[in-house]
Write a protein that binds this ligand. Structure first.
Ligand SMILES: *[C@@H]1O[C@H](CO)[C@@H](O)[C@H](O)[C@H]1NC(C)=O
Length: 393
C-alpha cells in the first residue's frame, strides 16, 4: 500500500521542479571574465580567478621566467656540422637557465628539385633555400605538436643578462595591449603570456621602420634593461627605426617599443603561433618562396599576409666573431667573409644593441681558479687548526 495520491502528486511535481532547476544551473554560462583553473574533480570549491585582475596578469607574466621563456618550446636551427655553434648555444642556454632544442639545418643542395617551392629567384643561393627549409620545418614542427607557440632561434645569438625580466615586461604589455585588433579570449587571458593574436612575434630583428601609414600604432614602455643611447647609436639600424616612430634621444635608450611588423630584417629570434605557422607555410611554401627566409617574411608582413609584432630594440641579437665562422649562408670565397676562419675568436666576439651580454656573463660565471681555491681553503683550515692549538695550550 503506497502513500495516498493527495501527497504523491505534489511530491512528484516538486521533484521535477528541483531536477529542472539543477539541470538549468549546470548550463548557465560562467561569467566571461572568470575562468576556473581547477579540474572538475575540485569543482565543489572552485576558485574563480578574475582573468582581468592585475594579480592574475602578473602571475601569468611570471611564466616569462620559465625554462622556455613562457613559450611552448625553444628550438634553435643549426647546420648539423656546426658543432662549434651548438656547443656555444648549449652552454649559453644552460648557464642562463633556459632549455633549447637543436633543430637541424638543411643543405639546399640536398633538396629534391621536386620539393622546391614555386617562384625561387635565379640568384637565390642553395644555402638560402636550405635556411628557409629549416625554418619551414620548424613551423611544421609546431603544427605537429600540441603547443600554442614556439620560439625559433638561430645558432649565433646573444642576449641581455636580464632577458627574462624584459620578457616579463613584454608579457604585461601584451596582456594589456592597446595595439591588438580584438579583445583577448578567455583562453588567451588564462594561458598565453603574450596573447595569441599574432602570427609572428619578432624579438630579434635587426631593423624595422614600421608601416608608413601606421606610425602611430605602437606601444611603448620603460625597460631598465634596454641598451643605452650610445650603444644603440653605434648601429644606425635600430636607432633609425626608433626615430622613424618619432622617438628622440630623450627616449631612445630607455624605452622598448612594440609595433606591427612591417619591414623587418633578420630571423634571429622570433616566436610563432599555430595560426602563424599555417600562414607562413601558406605564404612561403604553398604559394611561393623567392629569395631568403627573412626577406620573404618581411615581404609577407609588408603585403599584409602575415601579422607580426616587432620588439625594438630587440631583446636578442646576433653574436659575431668576424671571419668565415659568422655565416653559413654565403659561398666560400665571398669577400665579405674575409680570409680568416676563426676571426677574433669566441672570447673577443661582440653583439649589438644589448645592455649586458649573456655571453660575457657566461664566460665570467664559468671561470674557475682551482688552485687558488685549494690555497684559500688550506689557509682557512690551517688557521682554524692554529686557533684550536692555541686554546688547548
Ligand atoms: C612555460 O610557460 C609556457 C606558457 O604557459 C608553457 O607553455 C611552457 O610549457 C612552460 N615551459 C616549461 C618548461 O614549463
Amino acid at each position: 500500500m503506497g502513500p495516498p495520491k493527495a501527497i504523491l502528486l505534489p511530491a512528484v511535481v516538486l521533484t521535477v521542479i528541483i531536477a529542472f532547476v539543477v539541470v538549468l544551473q549546470s548550463f548557465t554560462p560562467v561569467d566571461s571574465s572568470s575562468f576556473s583553473i581547477l579540474s572538475s574533480a575540485a569543482k565543489d570549491d572552485v576558485a574563480k580567478v578574475d582573468l582581468k585582475s592585475s594579480a592574475h596578469q602578473e602571475e601569468l607574466a611570471k611564466r616569462a621566467h620559465n625554462a622556455t621563456l613562457g613559450f611552448g618550446e625553444i628550438v634553435y636551427i643549426s647546420m648539423p656540422e656546426r658543432s662549434d655553434r651548438q656547443d656555444a648555444m648549449t652552454i649559453l642556454a644552460t648557464s642562463f637557465g633556459i632549455k633549447i632544442k637543436h633543430f637541424p639545418g638543411v643543405r639546399g643542395t640536398e633538396m629534391s628539385p621536386k620539393a622546391m617551392p614555386d617562384g625561387v629567384a635565379k640568384k637565390t643561393l642553395p644555402s638560402e633555400i636550405g635556411c628557409w627549409r629549416a625554418h619551414a620545418n620548424a613551423w611544421r614542427y609546431l603544427l605537429e605538436s600540441d603547443m600554442d607557440t614556439l620560439l625559433i632561434f638561430e645558432d649565433d645569438l646573444d642576449w641581455n643578462i636580464n632577458l627574462k625580466q624584459t620578457m616579463e615586461l613584454l608579457s604585461l604589455q601584451m596582456q594589456n595591449s592597446k595595439i591588438r585588433l580584438s579583445e583577448p579570449s578567455d583562453y588567451e587571458r588564462a594561458n598565453a603570456p603574450y596573447g595569441l593574436d599574432w602570427d609572428v612575434l619578432d624579438i630579434g630583428s635587426c631593423k624595422d621602420s614600421g608601416h608608413p601609414d601606421f606610425k602611430d600604432v605602437y606601444q611603448m614602455w620603460d625597460d631598465p634593461d634596454v641598451a643605452g643611447l650610445d650603444v644603440i647609436k653605434k648601429t644606425r639600424m635600430i636607432y633609425e627605426s626608433l626615430q622613424n616612430f618619432g622617438l628622440t634621444d630623450e627616449d631612445i635608450g630607455k624605452k622598448r617599443l612594440l609595433s606591427p611588423a612591417y619591414r623587418t630584417v633578420c630571423t634571429s629570434a622570433y616566436a610563432i603561433t599555430r595560426q602563424g605557422a599555417e600562414r607562413l607555410l601558406m605564404a612561403m611554401s604553398y604559394i611561393e618562396f623567392r629569395n631568403a627566409v627573412d626577406t620573404d617574411m618581411s615581404r609577407a608582413f609588408r603585403e599584409g599576409r602575415v601579422r607580426g609584432y616587432m620588439l625594438t630594440p630587440p631583446a636578442i641579437s646576433q653574436f659575431r666573431i668576424g671571419g668565415a665562422k659568422d655565416t653559413d649562408n654565403r659561398k666560400a670565397g665571398d669577400p665579405r667573409l674575409g680570409t680568416s676562419i676563426n676571426g677574433q675568436g669566441n672570447l673577443h666576439g661582440f653583439s649589438t644593441n644589448l645592455k649586458d651580454s649573456a655571453r660575457a656573463q657566461m664566460v665570467e660565471k664559468m671561470q674557475l681558479n682551482n688552485w687558488e681555491d685549494y690555497k684559500r681553503v688550506r689557509e682557512e683550515r690551517n688557521s682554524v687548526v692554529v686557533i684550536s692549538d692555541d686554546t688547548s695550550a
